[in-house]
Design a protein around this ligand. Structure first.
Ligand code: CDT
Length: 331
């Protein structure tokens, strides 16, 4: 009998600054109900799904931005999502800004802020938590940019690694599920770290502007979607896994987000794609047995990987200049 799970990407249209969390949650509940009617067993919401993508706004003091953060999960506002999971018997993935009291590197309890995603099981338990590691953008106001991207200002680099958990979902007693968030999808190191834990299903949410806002050169509009899809498709192929990649789309606070949520199989093929830039549910049945071909042939890691030759990947951050070729002196 094949190991199949029906998954859904619950894309959200824009959430404007004035829209309260309760309105976003209402929209998510409608998508969960639709997912349940379509037989989905797991629903994936985007990154920072409860509010507008606030890192595009500059606040002098970081504390001023605290209203965008959740201090508890579930909270009064999000409890309805957990109740819906239990009611429909489906799991969900949620991205949100997390503010917690935790010891820092010196053991001192501090207020700490992360860009976080959780995986919730059909009984309402938090099965897995991930804090975003690849934070794009900048920490100080950048006058060259048309729109700010201040993730490095408001969030710390995640401190939970790239986790994978084997947990029941739908009718299956165990699926190896892993999380990443938005910009992480562009980094093969993130995918491989999940792949090395035999991940079968990667869940990720994103908020990606459809224009390059850095003011440092031209990037064609269509390439933004291409690069997003290319990253997810390559990650799935090279690690023989499925992925659900869910966007926020449309014009949010005057900034256009590219949508185009996708579900991808271990061959790297897109098996479902959103066509609007609004609230939209796409679903696909994932036969997890498909992960076996890649991981027992081309990507049988234990047979073919050569980690002794990859030491640069973990010992070095930026690129260095190569040696310069020189003609050997005649002997
Ligand atoms: N949210 C987030 O990580 N967004 C970034 C924008 C960078 S623009 C290439 C992303 O990688 O989609």
């Amino acid at each position: 009998m094949s190991r199949s799970v029906v998954v859904a990407a619950a894309q959200l249209g824009p959430i404007q600054m004035a829209e309260p969390r309760s309105a976003a949650v209402e929209r998510m509940l409608r998508l969960m109900e639709r997912a349940s009617r379509r037989g989905a067993e797991l629903v994936v919401f985007p990154e920072l799904a409860l509010t507008t993508f606030f890192p595009r706004h500059y606040y002098d003091s970081i504390e001023e931005a605290d209203r965008w953060f959740e201090t508890a999960m579930p909270s009064n506002e999000t409890e309805a999502l957990f109740a819906a999971a239990r009611r429909f018997g489906i799991g969900f993935h949620l991205g949100y800004a997390e503010l917690c009291l935790e010891p820092d590197g010196n053991g001192e309890i501090r207020r700490r802020r992360f860009n976080t995603a959780i995986l919730v099981g059909p009984e309402g338990d938090i099965l897995l938590k991930y804090r975003k590691i690849h934070l794009p953008g900048h920490a100080a106001f950048d006058p060259a940019r048309k729109v700010q991207h201040l993730e490095k200002r408001y969030f710390e680099v995640g401190n939970l690694g790239f986790p994978v958990i084997r947990a029941p979902m739908g009718t299956l007693p165990g699926i190896n599920m892993g999380l990443m968030i938005c910009n992480d999808r562009r980094w093969p190191e993130a995918w491989r770290t999940l792949g090395l834990q035999k991940v079968e299903l990667v869940l990720l949410g994103y908020n990606t502007p459809s224009l390059n806002q850095e003011g440092r050169g031209f990037e064609a509009h269509y390439l933004r979607v291409f690069h997003s899809h290319l990253s997810v498709q390559a990650g799935c192929y090279q690690n023989a896994c499925f992925a659900v990649a869910t966007a926020k789309g449309g014009t949010e606070d005057g900034c256009e987000l590219l949508g185009h949520s996708i579900i991808v199989n271990p061959e790297g093929e897109i098996i479902a794609m959103a066509t609007s830039w609004d609230d939209e549910l796409i679903t696909a049945e994932c036969n997890l047995d498909m992960c076996t071909l890649g991981r027992s042939t081309v990507f049988a890691f234990e047979k073919h990987r050569r980690p002794e030759h990859y030491t640069r990947i973990t010992s070095q951050r930026g690129a260095v200049d190569p040696a310069v070729w020189q003609r050997k002196a005649a002997e």
